[in-house]
Design a binder for this molecule. Structure first.
Ligand code: F6P
Length: 359
């Protein structure tokens, strides 16, 4: 092994640069060269590679985003290519393998979520040495206790809840905060508990509007004339269809941000006369500097991925289990999404504190 390549795929996330930095620093200790692939799998198809030296990664630890760029559109197995002036999805995976070979790359480190790791698994199945590094603020990847970026997103949402509390209390309003989480309610659950929410709505538990209104009214009767509701973007009313589809491409079915928060607010006003205001936190959760937890986790993942290269362990993902970073088969991470189980300890804690979960 002489040369490795690293890419960041899918939606960005605080801590991506911390991983890249750890990979380069650790590889440097062992005399491995590192190439960065620009804009995720787009650069892999187009052969857009840049050398990454220690100088290139100096000072990037606290920076949000990714110095390599990313895109959640490009899948080499269905790569939109112009054929006779018409866009067509073509299998360009052989181009990727050709580009990697030409650049002398011995192994690929793919930092990504469900979509990018699925693509990585396909390259592993084609025999290319691939190592996955789990990323997503949604924390919905299997086989790892946590993805980096999640804790920072939770902190951002909790800070928003702290701010909403004061204005909610002053105006005697119901404040709804919509957070990310298309399929899994991890951010809503953790931020909701940390931020003292009265109602937490997650995709895993279809909600009943009357229950929410009842709990708001009960609080009002007890003198609390305001309520704070956290709703994950993928939450649905009961009776509404709740579809949790397997994703192949990270972004094949984007959820329109602001959809469920506004609907919930409208419904509470219309059916129960509750004055509500809605805040959609959106991409604020993805931007900005990673917190210390995510910087440490990202650095550990980066070093562990280089260790795996040196051990010749491929087709795996580095993962956090307990306090240890371990190697798990890549397919375990992407076979299904990690939803919040109904017996999750924090869910039980939330209920025990009287937080309304909407069911
Ligand atoms: O990374 C996943 C996620 O944070 C989802 O919760 C959200 O739906 C999505 O990204 C939005 O991504 P974008 O608008 O960048 O496609």
């Amino acid at each position: 092994m002489n040369k490795i390549a690293v890419l960041t795929g899918g939606g960005d996330c605080p801590g991506l640069n911390a991983v890249i930095r750890a990979v380069v620093r650790s590889a440097n200790q062992y005399g491995l060269e590192v190439l960065g692939i620009k804009d995720g799998f787009h650069g892999a198809v187009e052969g857009d590679f840049i050398p990454l030296s220690l100088a290139d990664v100096s000072g990037i630890l606290p920076r949000g985003g990714t110095i390599l760029g990313t895109t959640n559109r490009d899948n080499p197995f269905q790569y939109i290519t112009k054929v006779n002036g018409v866009d067509q999805p073509l299998d360009r995976s052989e181009d990727v393998l050709e580009n990697l070979k030409e650049a002398g790359v011995d192994a690929l480190l793919a930092i990504g979520g469900d979509g990018s790791l699925n693509i990585s698994l396909k390259f592993a199945d084609k025999g290319f040495p691939v190592i996955g590094i789990p990323k997503t603020i949604d924390n919905d990847l299997m086989a790892t206790d946590q993805t980096f970026g999640f804790q920072t997103a939770v902190e951002t949402a909790q800070e928003a809840l702290d701010r909403l509390h004061t204005t909610a209390e002053s105006h005697h309003r119901v404040m709804i905060l919509e957070v990310m989480g298309r399929y899994a309610g991890w951010i809503a659950l953790y931020a909701g508990v940390a931020g003292g929410a009265d109602v937490i709505l997650i995709p895993e538990i279809p909600y009943n509007l009357s229950r929410i209104a009842y709990s708001v009214q009960q609080r009002a009767k007890q003198g609390k004339k305001f309520s704070i509701i956290v709703v994950a973007e993928g939450a649905k009313p009961s009776g509404g269809e709740m579809v949790v589809e397997r994703l192949f491409s990270d972004r094949s079915d984007p959820v329109k941000l602001g959809g469920i928060g506004s609907k919930l607010g409208d419904d509470l006003e219309k059916h129960f006369g509750l004055e509500t205001r809605v805040t959609v936190l959106g991409h604020l959760q993805r931007g900005g500097s990673p917190n210390s937890y995510d910087r440490v986790l990202a650095s550990r993942y980066g070093v562990a991925a280089v260790d795996a290269v040196l051990e010749g362990k491929f087709g795996i993902m580095v993962a956090l289990q307990g306090r240890e970073i371990v190697q798990v088969p890549l397919h375990q991470a992407v076979d299904q999404l990690k939803l919040v189980p109904l017996n999750d300890p924090l869910l039980i804690t939330a209920r025990a504190m009287g937080i309304e979960m909407g069911d």
